[in-house]
Design a protein around this ligand. Structure first.
Ligand code: FES
Ligand code: FES
Length: 171
């Protein structure tokens, strides 16, 4: 009887996740989301629709917000991935986390990592974004709890502090 290779083929993969080198071995069909959650143990990016509809899985890939459920891990060879776990006080993700806390911008919190990462990509490009830019940045992130108003307030507060910082720098 002919034998079959029951083991799916794996491919070596080198990722940089939150500034750390992560050598992995993944199936070519593995998504970035599954690689982060299952192979790297980083469960901040959430797995909800897996169809690019909800934004809960949003991470930064080379600084741009992406739905990690729609990106193959093998597409990320030697690329830089930032997840919510990469946040720390003082940087953009950390500042957004603080603003979300101060403005009570979450209820169940399931959408929160994705919301913050979408906003982080915006604030990295534009330290004091306009209202329209903020709204557009989170347009692809759904919140089933309806925390939108507070999410926008949190983002606006950080945008205002960015404007103040920029004004102080100009002086
Ligand atoms: S889980 Fe990726 S967009 Fe919903
Ligand atoms: S806070 Fe519950 S889904 Fe947004």
């Amino acid at each position: 009887m002919a034998t079959t290779d029951a083991q799916p083929r794996h491919t070596p993969l080198s990722l940089w996740v939150n500034g750390e080198y992560r050598p992995l071995s993944v199936q070519p069909r593995r998504t970035l989301l599954d690689a982060l959650r299952n192979d790297c143990g980083l469960t901040g990016a959430k797995k909800v629709c897996e169809m690019g509809n909800c934004g809960a899985c949003t991470v930064l890939l080379d600084g741009a917000a992406v739905y990690s459920c729609l990106v193959l891990a093998v597409e990320c060879e030697q690329r830089s991935v930032t997840t919510i776990e990469g946040g720390a006080a003082g940087n953009t993700v950390g500042a957004l986390q603080q603003a979300f806390i101060e403005h009570d911008a979450l209820q169940c919190g399931y959408c929160t990592p994705g919301q913050i990462m979408s906003l982080a990509a915006l604030f990295e490009r534009e330290p004091a974004p306009t209202e329209a830019s903020i709204t557009e940045a989170v347009a692809g992130n759904l919140c089933r709890c309806g925390a939108y108003r507070h999410i926008l307030e949190a983002a606006r507060s950080l945008a205002a502090s960015g404007t103040e910082r920029r004004g102080a720098g100009d002086g």
